[in-house]
Write a protein that binds this ligand. Sequence first.
Ligand SMILES: [Zn+2]
Ligand SMILES: [Zn+2]
Length: 415
Amino acid sequence: MSRIQRIKGFADLFPPESTAFTYMETVAREVFGAYGCQEVRIPILERTELFARSIGEETDVVQKEMYTFTDRKGRSLTLRPEATAGVLRAFIEAGGHEGVTKLFTCGPMFRYERPQKGRMRQFHQLDVEVLGAKTPQADAEVILMLWTFLERLQVVDLTLEINSLGCPACRPAFHAALRSFLEGIDLASLCEDCQRRTTTNPLRVLDCKVPTCRTATVNAPRLLDHLCPECATHFAQVRAILQAAAVPATINHRLVRGLDYYQRTTFEILSGAIGAQSAVAGGGRYDGLVAALGGPDVPGIGFACGMERLALLLPPHRPQPMDFYLAVLDAAALDTALLVGQTLRRHGFRGETAFEAKSPKAHLRQANKLGVKTCLLLGEDEMARGVIVVKDMATGVQTTVAQDDLAQALGFRTA
Ligand SMILES: [Zn+2]
Ligand SMILES: [Zn+2]
């Protein structure tokens, strides 16, 4: 029979990758939970319209990168390319919009991009959305939450970059200044995407990574020079709180989000843990998005953190060794061995029981391979005497213990 292979751009995760993913999720639940975030689990499949409306019809994501298909009833559905839209849809549908709601979710997202190292078509994100708060304190706390999470994971060499996108009151003047700047430069100095963006989405020209685009826009007008007094005060307060919390922020004038409902604070956290500084997580304030999705006029701010990238930045993880390997020397002892193993696990020990009788030598090789602390040996002779042989794998010392006293002998745990 021919072998069925996984789809290009999709990965199977075994340890240590799967262990790292579980670890990141556990720490995320702990840290975000400590700030009052509640975990939501939402569908992977949504109506296509949700993403067209939230991410924007004109974006590359919606135009080229979504897994969209028609279901059997002719409805257009899409595998989520990001988490925010689904979380907000769920928030709107759940009702109860008074006060502040802090939501956390994680899981797979899907984008039809050219697969390359560190970029998969199915990738994973951790996502936090804080709804119902518009003060600078909320922005600062969301950023600190993300920073604390990365610190707890021991990701080193972290830097925080922030910017402000202004608000509907002050952005039009900036847009006008940016447009007239872009009209004044030689279009040929921009990449193809940016040539199109100068008319469709000029803001996005600023965050293009192509070096010639960077050079061409080095003197572009800056958002921070166009903020209204309210936006300027908001931004200054966010920075002051972060400074006081010993998380100083560097201003990055190119940190923009090209969508209309993004407002005020945007941020990214970078790490130099594996070579050049690169973004680990980013987010921003999106007052107006909840309303644009048909919900109440509730402000929001959130971030997403790519787990594949983050996994590369974690310090090496040493798996916790198993406590025991239960070696069976005679087939007649297999049942008893299984029951002894079961008792040990009920006492909190972790280990494996052999399913086949083998020679002591073969079993000890297996015990070594598993890296267990103790190898237990059980044959017909031990069965007859109601005992078990306990071999300490580090010292090689071998003792004989009554089966009934085994948990005690191994250092009784929970009971
Ligand atoms: Zn403003
Ligand atoms: Zn460009």
